[in-house]
Write a protein that binds this ligand. Sequence first.
Ligand code: GMT
Length: 386
Amino acid sequence: MTSPERPLKIGIICHPTYGGSGVVASELALSLADRGNEVHVFSHAVPPRLARSSGPVQMHVSQGLPYPLFSSTPHDLAITSSILTVHRAGGLDILHAHYALPHAVSAFLARSAASTDPSRPAPRVVTTLHGTDITIVGRDPSYAPLTQHLIASSDAATAVSMSLAAETREHFCFDSGPPCVIEVIPNFIDPDHFHPDAAPRPADGPPTAIHVSNFRGVKRVPWLVEAFARATEGTDARLTLVGDGPDCRRSRERAFELGIGDRVAFLGARDALPELLSPADVFLLSSRVESFGLSALEAMASGTAVVATSVGGVPEVVVDGVTGLLSDKDDMDTYVEHVKGLLFDRDRAASMGAAARRHAVERFSRDRVVALYEDLYRRVAFPSGS
Ligand code: GMT
């Protein structure tokens, strides 16, 4: 088998998070392994999406040595060592860093160390930008010069939306600097996993809205709770909140302050997302910053229409007026009208939900997007079909 045709040896480095980049990296790893590639995942814990699968992905948990001299254990250095161990044992073609910091640093260090070994080619580095690694963390002066270097020195850099790619070019690519090519490869869903039939939508009973997130400040969950309270005043509509994070307690307090504590359920972090998403009438997202909105895409694939704020890459996922309704991030009045308009018109919500399912399957199916990544890896690993 010539090099471009043989299965690839791929190392994926990611945060072991319940949502977002950790999910995308895990699902990508599993799909690449299904396609016959040898896949290694490097992190400081097993990402939850990987933990619940039986896929033939090799997991390397690297936590490093806790030592009193360190104020925190440098996982990223331990990950670099694990990568080198795997590369020296069998060779890796690609190191794919998800979320620039600190994973692209680990990938570069490993590539740099491997390049001193004449016995095998060093792995190529692909960096995928997910969101706040550019919009918040990476842009902070404490990290910006390093982030810029990481993007410029990657063998390929991708962003999960056109909006994030544009923001990256604006802040990190300069005419005077090295070439800066950011390819857009969107996030994806498994349409068999996220499916409208995952659980039945009740024909009667109160209308229900759902939100899934990590409850970080950018998600504005207390704002969402207030909008829901205004939209559903005097009704028996229900809101289900899934996930956990810094704003969880404040969101609960807000629900009680607004007198809707008995209509809001906090479920914590759950794996059974398809079964939770498909019966809901509407999915709510109210972020201040959102490069893509994977949870909204998962809801769409489950046949659930979305009401969201029109920020970042959200309009690339949710087609306004077709698969959901979008409003300006500071326009709570319009957001409230949108929630009412779908929650209390179930036929409209159902037809938008059906359109959302079709759009998710056509544009964001796993097989289509994973093939884009595999094609990119081959272009990077074997530049002239070598
Ligand atoms: O960037 C983050 O805040 C972290 C990241 C994550 O790991 O949860 O979320 C981002 O990446 C997701 C996967 O690509 C996107 O769906 C999210 O929109 C994005 N979050 C933000 O931009 C706030």
